[in-house]
Write a protein that binds this ligand. Sequence first.
Ligand code: TXA
Ligand code: MG
Length: 331
Amino acid sequence: MIPSDADYRRAVKLLRAGELVAIPTETVYGLGADAANPAAVAKIFAAKGRPADHPLIVHVAGHDAVDHWAEQVPDVAWELMESFWPGPLTLILKKQAWVPDAVTGGQDTVGLRVPGHPVALELLRRFAREAGEHAGIAAPSANRFGRISPTTAAHVAEELGERIPMILDGGPCRVGIESTIVDCSRGEPVVLRPGHIAPEHLEAVLGRRPAIETAQGAPRVSGSLAAHYAPRTPLRLVAGERLLDFLNSQRHRGGVCAVIAHSQPPQAGMPHPWRLLPADPVGYAHDLYGALRDMDHTGADLIVVESLPGDAAWTAVADRLRRAAAGAGQG
Ligand code: TXA
Ligand code: MG
């Protein structure tokens, strides 16, 4: 899944012309536009059906671009970049005055990230060569607003296919859930969205565990809306020890369930579509969105997800599942 030279050229040409290009990253696919071009950024919101006051993450090729986009960057932010970039970490920093409101949702901060994906990095480098040394690509996840984030090029096509001129295929995403977001614009770093980089990884760099502040319904971080990452089919979390009883009772009522489990394989003779995901949080995150998408397509009345272990390592996937449950069944 290595794009050709012609693919990269076409992607850069489209971005330079103010068009959208879906791009692979290590977390999820992004819907990219030239971050310095408000008219191009506006097309992202139109394609996603996303409210315009939701800020976007600007993806850049390297650390040297940071001062172009942000000011008053605290030491702690540089330390986090040193440790985790390129990688699944987004930093919220005070923005430079010129950064378009279209990107920041009118806030005085900007989200920045150097993605850890060779195709994204190659595209960013080529784009910066033509559009200006520190040019960036604004990109939210490449899904319709509120829906499951795409982790393959085929998912993007399913979500946005006719609405965008190009999907740059970089294969399946390595991480599978969105980046960890850390706000460094207000003094002490605060985690706004948990992700693959867990609190203990941040603690190893910061020397202390950062506060986590994932407000329900606040527009600062759209992924923090209670209903998000949602399939069209209703979704319910059920404890592992109650799973079989629950499925039997649903079956007696005539309800068709699709199951996503991590500790129990299906029993012989069970009629349910059943996905057994890895029982570790990293493997689980990698497969989760694809599994939700597949189960959404089975025609089941209810997606039943086995509840996750409560320990800290599962925080990020537990967060996504809670929001998926809150938003499910509204399509
Ligand atoms: O892994 C990711 O972060 C992916 C890939 C494509 O990079 N992107 C992604 O974008 O998840 P999106 O738009 O779906 O989520 C980005 C989150 C949003 O919740 C947005 O509100 C928040 O980042 N964000 C961006 N800029 C912000 C800012 N200045 N202040 C607070 N939150 C911000
Ligand atoms: Mg998103």
